[in-house]
Design a protein around this ligand. Sequence first.
Ligand SMILES: C[S@@+](CC[C@H](N)C(=O)[O-])C[C@H]1O[C@@H](n2cnc3c(N)ncnc32)[C@H](O)[C@@H]1O
Length: 290
Amino acid sequence: MDDRKTLELSGRKTTSVTSSTSTKQNYIRLSQNVGVLLSSFDHIALAYDRSIDWESRLSREIPFILDEVPDEMILRVLDVACGSGRHSVALASRGFDVTGFDSSEIMIAEANKLVSMQNVTANFFVANMMEFSEVIDGEYDLVLCLGNSLALLPTFEDITSVTDEVHSILKPNGRFIFQVLNFEEIMKTGFSMFPLKRGFTDSGEEVVFARHFDHSESSEESTLVLTTLLKTDTKWKARVTTQSVLRLDRDRMAHILKSSGFDKLEFYGGYNGAPFRKESDRSLVARVIK
Ligand SMILES: C[S@@+](CC[C@H](N)C(=O)[O-])C[C@H]1O[C@@H](n2cnc3c(N)ncnc32)[C@H](O)[C@@H]1O
């Protein structure tokens, strides 16, 4: 059943559609309808993409992703919740066969724009990772899920469903690399305010992206409050979106991964490969081998 509501985005009326029964074909059909929004990330897609220093981020993350991957291996890569496609396109430009999907229509539009700007080949589509088995088939050498995207699922059981699917589509010795926030550290230190980010849209509008956590409502999840500030001509407009974030940590993720059949688990405190320290690292980066 579709749940439609009208939203205002940058002065433009758009329609939000969520569906629990959509198939890959439905998503592709929806993605061809200009102005149809599927995800709360649609509201922040531009601010997210434009306020990140991608050169710096990719220079840390891509070497980790490709570490110990044999040169001769032609990798088939799946980027789950690929966002604006920055990792996918970086890997496609190195010759890998890359597919990415994300529930945000606008993130995928950005990813497709990046593909044409950089003149590479990568396949992107709009889909929900909770419908993984309906939208993905074939086998992959490498599956990515970066940017704390697993924690955006509604329940821990939903994460297990995704890791079950990842296990089933990985080739033997295939790798699953993901990054989530480590709530063991976050709840211990009470961390809530992310540093402000600032950037510019393609048409030169200034955008400021602010994020903070509200930890007060539940013991299993925190609310991420995302505020985008956009300057058009001389006027600033603010938009606030909230997103529930599951409180993940290493022990919870290890349990989920083992229940999905993964037993070779490597946990790091960042993309520099330093060993994970559960009480002091804010980020948990995992390389899991089938
Ligand atoms: C913080 S962004 C990370 C994007 C990208 N992986 C990165 O590291 O830059 C989180 C992404 O997860 C996507 N997302 C959230 N829930 C999703 C779901 N159920 N299925 C697919 N994508 C989802 C959002 O649309 C958003 O693009």
